[in-house]
Design a protein around this ligand. Sequence first.
Ligand code: GLN
Length: 538
Amino acid sequence: MGSTKYVFVTGGVTSSLGKGIISASLGKLLQARGFSVTIQKFDPYINIDPGTLNPYEHGECYVTDDGAETDLDLGHYERFLNVATSQANNVTTGRIYYNVITKERKGEYLGKTVQVVPHITDEIKRNFLALGNDKNYDIIITEIGGCVGDIESLPFIEAVRQFRWDVGHSNLLVIHLTLVPYLRAAGELKTKPTQHSVKQLLEAGVQPDILVCRSEKPVPADLRKKIALFCNVNFNSVIQAMDAETIYDVPMMMRKEKLDERVLSKLRLSTKAEVQIESWKEFLGRHKNPTEEVEIGLVGKYVELLDAYKSISESFVHAGAENECKVRLRYISSDTISAENVCTTIGNLHGILVAPGFGERGMVGKIEAARFAREQQVPYFGICLGMQCAVIEFARNVLGLSDAASSEMEIESKHFVIDLMEDQKRITTKGGTMRLGAYNCKIKKGTKIHHAYGKTKISERHRHRYEFNNKYMARFEKAGMVMSGINPETNLVETIELSDHPWFIGTQFHPELKSTVLNPHKLFVKFVKAALERKGKL
Ligand code: GLN
């Protein structure tokens, strides 16, 4: 289909306008017309990746198959497009500078002063192109994180300005996302913030081709005309993006506003192919018209910021739709659960999910939640730390090892049933040193996990340091905890389950990272089913 076309998505006025969702929605529409599309995100912060950030700082850290710790927007890209992303899809200022400084130390710029322009901007441009090197995409969408006008995004905007000349004007377009706020006191929508934001882009030498205007209310034609006039864009390139009921409505909303058509015509690509989006519409239909409802508790310690569990909550949307069931997620702070109040805090739920996490805070509550679920036969899903909590609880209360613990927690114990592997013990640095990315797992036939996946060989994504301690395996299995999934190369335990329980499963991996709209994760689908069955029995 000829050479690759580049779409850049920038944002202005405020953050949190939803550049990631607009990018993913545009990607979906272009993909639905038969174009091969990928999306990448450039983040203007100095961390090499978000792996060392607290979830409160930046929401969840999304992990790709190749073990990259990335921005949560990559999760949206995968969930919308149903194609895997990789390290190359997320680049930060930190990584750009790291690469340039490493080259400088090697002597690659010998004799030259290394500067933001051209060395940093050249490295940014090299990374704009990186995804196209091994695969031939028709369209690469690049989201530039942060806001236009911020000091730290300047080199990225400058790189976009130069790149337009490198690849040619008909091969690149810029979509700028802005806010058109409604002033209640004046009873009016205001265009000035959009005008100012576009001016800032223009000062940096970048003329946006399309403006996507986020707004609480419809942006009428006369206002769009005004925006077009002041911002040098065609009237039909001022697109309104109203607040949506769910993020999954946005592709259809953008279709209605003809965002995809504008993009294709500006890139001189054929708009003839019809949008094939039936399966997406079917999903929306099921998602919006549930026939049942269950309530599932998400027990974690970052519950004040829902973005910290983004992939898990989205996986429930996919699994809910698959079951035609509304999943009401109740976020429960693990700090608030104790042995005394566990029954009153989580007693009436149809399922309990204990979330991934790090460190000691909240462990007591998570372990209590696992005990309650095991004893009361409530469907339980433990992800990563949630699996480790189920193991510790079982060791303490079933095997009678009352001091059983994870060596991650600073406590004295003779029984570290969750422990560091030898190769992890030697590691002293924090960035990118966990067990990260996709690993194979062999599933035992006849187990609940086997029933869910319907196969014995799977691959799932990991992000953790600690593991089940195989020294205890025989004792656990004898008492009824089945090690149902094992890593065939290392023999590490990847999944556990209880044989005498309706649905009690723990996974050392993160299944939520692989659930998409078109491919809801089987474990979430079965967990919701088990919750429905529990509800039926109450
Ligand atoms: N803190 C645990 C570990 O490092 C679990 C990590 C997680 O839940 N992602 O092994």
